[in-house]
Design a protein around this ligand. Structure first.
Ligand SMILES: [Zn+2]
Length: 753
């Protein structure tokens, strides 16, 4: 029988992700036995590192002084269908969310189908409404129980009679034909630049304000997320072409304009009311997220579950990091679908409890408020009610520990620049035009950061002010192709001021208008210069040659690589002019088949593959290839190690929190009102990269260390999921404790005196 340790070790040698799955198949079979808690330090890597002291504590948050929208901690939604007025038990619905301690519920007004006897022209009544005031009954049932009500609208679609009267409301294809909903073609798509948004939507809002007591307004289905509209109506045909930087600015202007308009209408009834719209789309977003962060009172991340295109389990916490990058502590929530998301999907059927719970875990860990969502109330409150107990139990747990989820700031020493404009508008390099290009790049660096258990934040490229980025020891630029001159200048100043920078491939090769520069905007900072256009591959990436003076310099970066002159390179690269002392140089890719020809015609070049530079107290590391994406595509452990080693060199091996133990986890560390909180999400699971969680692979001890600095007195360390206290020791300013074991999630809540 295969010895487990050997099995895991041998799996390790060939990569990161696929081996995880195979190692887990072994582990899962024996989960629960002592042997299952075998040390995985090989798999995780030696996190090592020196502890950097925590930043000084911020000011206390007086929760009672915040507007009500910022005090919301739990959000409930049973998304109403046209049939619900015929079947839904309103009292049971309200009682469920009340028992779950939801602060606020969404009730559908809509705009596609009215849930009340609306008199607004073209606000069609649902066919089961029959004159009933279903919306009003739901509002009353919620308010009676002390829950706030969000009036939910959908301005994205309407019916043929509206189209006949207002052909100018429709989104048009290039040939002038009407754009229609894919599942119900009778519904046409409304254009956000048309009077539909200026007249029809405000008319509904004012009607609601005149008839009901609601707390705020929300639009579902608008603005679009993750991609930009492509409309050719008479208004839009005068705008810049879709998917261009110029269009993106006009699009964001319009979103912000309508947002302000709707917000003012909400406030016509009462000043504390407000408007918010659908958001999310993670790093791609929709509107410019730096601008949206200033506008939004409530960031509603419509990111309900894994999708076929984005099958990784961390999709929700990644969204949370995006919110943290732009909201300055304002309210954000992520919608967790209790129903079966994905494609194919089932709107009225529960998903697996392990998966739904993990999405809620990620919401809380990444600093957002949990939001649970089911669609339809067939049979009174759903024919499938399995999701309800889960939601109730989870919400109650968060209510019990609310203070520890009141975050002041994230504790992290690495910032990853998300490059929203690149994510949305850059089509990939000339050598690999694929709409998945940046997604794969982002997932590559994300996965690598998780494996290394680094504490990191996302940073928006329009928010590179020194006061924001000086808190990070290093910034990472994973192929952030589009950067303006001003943004490059900010990054240059950051390095002069002692900050460190990692960049790759086409980073800064384009300006904010997607105009290609003659050389990288950050050429000087990294000490590099472009020698030609991007070079792709026929499937055989370049190799990286370890230069012979390895013994004398940057030992950290080559740590763990012995007995080889070669390392994997990447699939695509922008060739660089020779530099004085590259650490790695390019061996161009060559033939794979036939094997007779699988050798390098050119065994050594002076073309740099990795350039290191130290200047002005800062360090800079440049990869000429798309190493993050190539790591993602291949799972090659050498690339993972190379990225880890480079990050350690850039940060001078400093960590703000060290968590050592077996398993693949995502880590968050927060300064909270009572003290601090370390959140660990356990992704050690066969379904981490695909499918749904259907099991929990229990993890063994996790040793946590952090330097809270001298003078801080710790009163208690409580493990909120395990529901017990942990023994801890304080030496100087250093706090140490052990989480003895964990299931899918643990929160170590540290209370200080
Ligand atoms: Zn249009």
């Amino acid at each position: 029988m295969l010895n487990r340790r050997k099995f895991i070790q041998s799996s390790l040698t060939s990569g990161a992700m696929a081996p995880l799955a195979s190692a887990l198949r072994g582990l899962e079979a024996q989960a629960g036995t002592p042997e299952a808690q075998v040390s995985w330090s090989e798999l995780v890597g030696d996190s090592g590192g020196k502890l950097a002291p925590f930043p000084q504590r911020g000011h206390a948050i007086d929760i009672s002084s915040l507007p009500w929208g910022n005090r919301v901690r739990r959000v409930g939604q049973t998304n109403m269908t046209e049939h619900d007025p015929a079947v839904m038990n309103v009292e049971e619905w309200a009682e469920f969310w009340h028992a779950a301690q939801a602060d606020v519920v969404f009730v559908s007004v809509t705009g596609i189908l009215a849930f009340y006897p609306s008199k607004v022209p073209f606000h069609k009544h649902g066919k089961f409404l029959k004159g009933r005031d279903f919306f009003g009954e739901c509002v009353a049932a919620a308010r009676k129980r002390g829950m706030r009500v969000v009036a939910r609208m959908s301005p994205d679609l309407n019916w043929p009679d509206a189209l006949a009267a207002h052909p100018e409301w429709a989104m048009r294809h290039r040939d002038g034909s009407v754009q229609r909903n894919e599942q119900e073609p009778q519904l046409f798509k409304t254009c956000m630049f048309s009077s539909y948004m200026d007249g029809y939507v405000p008319a509904i809002m004012r009607e609601i304000n005149s008839l009901y007591e609601v707390d705020c307004f929300y639009t579902n289905g608008w603005p679009p997320l993750g991609s930009l509209p492509d409309c050719h109506c008479s208004i839009c045909s005068k705008l810049p072409a879709s998917n261009t930087p110029a269009y993106w600015r006009v699009f964001t202007d319009r979103v912000v304009e309508l947002w302000a308009k709707y917000d003012a209408i909400a406030k016509e009834k009462k000043l504390e009311s407000f408007f918010f719209a659908n958001s999310g789309g993670n790093v791609r977003g929709g509107p410019n997220l730096a601008r949206l962060g200033k506008t939004a009172r409530w960031f509603q991340a419509d990111n309900q579950g894994r999708t076929w295109e984005e099958p990784e389990v961390w999709g929700c916490s990644l969204q949370g990091r995006v919110c943290n990058a732009v909201l300055d502590g304002k309210f954000a929530t992520n919608v967790t679908a209790a129903y079966s998301t994905g494609s194919p999907g089932w709107r009225n059927l529960s998903k697996s409890a392990e998966e739904a719970r993990m999405w809620l875990n990620e919401t809380v860990a990444s600093g957002m408020a949990p939001y649970f969502h089911f669609v339809g109330a067939e049979g009174g409150a759903g024919e499938d009610r399995r999701w309800q107990e889960l939601g109730r139990e989870y919400f109650r747990w968060t209510a019990q520990h609310e203070a520890h989820f009141t975050n002041r700031r994230s504790i992290a020493n690495i910032g990853v620049v998300i490059g929203q404009s690149t994510q949305l508008l850059y089509p990939g390099p000339a050598t690999a035009r694929t709409r998945h290009y940046m997604r794969e790049t982002t997932q590559g660096i994300y996965d690598a950061l998780l494996w290394g258990r680094f504490a990191f934040d996302f940073v928006h490229e329009d928010r590179l002010e020194p006061e924001r980025i000086s808190r990070y020891r290093a910034l990472v630029l994973p192929n952030v192709a589009m950067l303006s001159d001003r943004q490059c200048e900010r990054l240059r100043d950051y390095v002069s001021g002692g900050g460190s920078l990692m960049g790759s491939f086409e980073t800064s090769l384009y300006d904010e208008n997607m105009q290609q520069r003659a050389d990288f905007g950050l050429a000087e900072v990294f000490g590099i210069s472009k020698a030609g256009d991007a070079i792709g591959t026929n499937g055989n990436p370049y190799y990286a040659w370890i230069e012979q003076d390895r013994a004398t310099r940057a030992q950290e970066i080559l740590a763990g690589f012995s007995d080889t002159h070669w390392l994997p390179g990447a699939e695509n690269r922008v060739p660089l002019k020779p530099v004085a002392d590259p650490l790695l140089t390019v061996v161009p890719g060559f033939v794979r088949y036939p094997p007779e020809l699988a050798y390098p015609p050119v065994a050594h070049t002076s073309e740099p593959a990795l350039v290191l530079r130290e200047a002005g107290g800062g360090r800079a590391a440049w990869f000429s290839g798309d190493v993050e994406r190539t790591y993602w595509l291949t799972g090659h452990g050498d690339l993972l190690r190379l990225i880890h080693n480079t990050l350690r060199w850039l940060t001078r091996d400093e960590r703000v929190v060290i968590v050592e133990g077996a398993g693949f986890v995502e880590l968050f560390c927060w300064e909270t009102d009572p003290g601090y909180a370390v959140h660990l999400l356990n992704y050690t699971n066969p379904n981490t990269h695909h499918g749904w969680m259907r099991s929990v692979v229990k993890l063994g001890p996790q040793q946590v260390r952090m330097n809270l600095s001298e003078g801080v007195r710790v009163k208690a360390v409580d493990l909120l999921r395990a529901d017990r206290s942990a023994a801890f020791e304080m030496k100087g300013g250093e706090l140490r404790f052990t989480i003895p074991s964990m299931d899918d999630y643990e929160v170590a809540a540290i209370t200080i005196a």
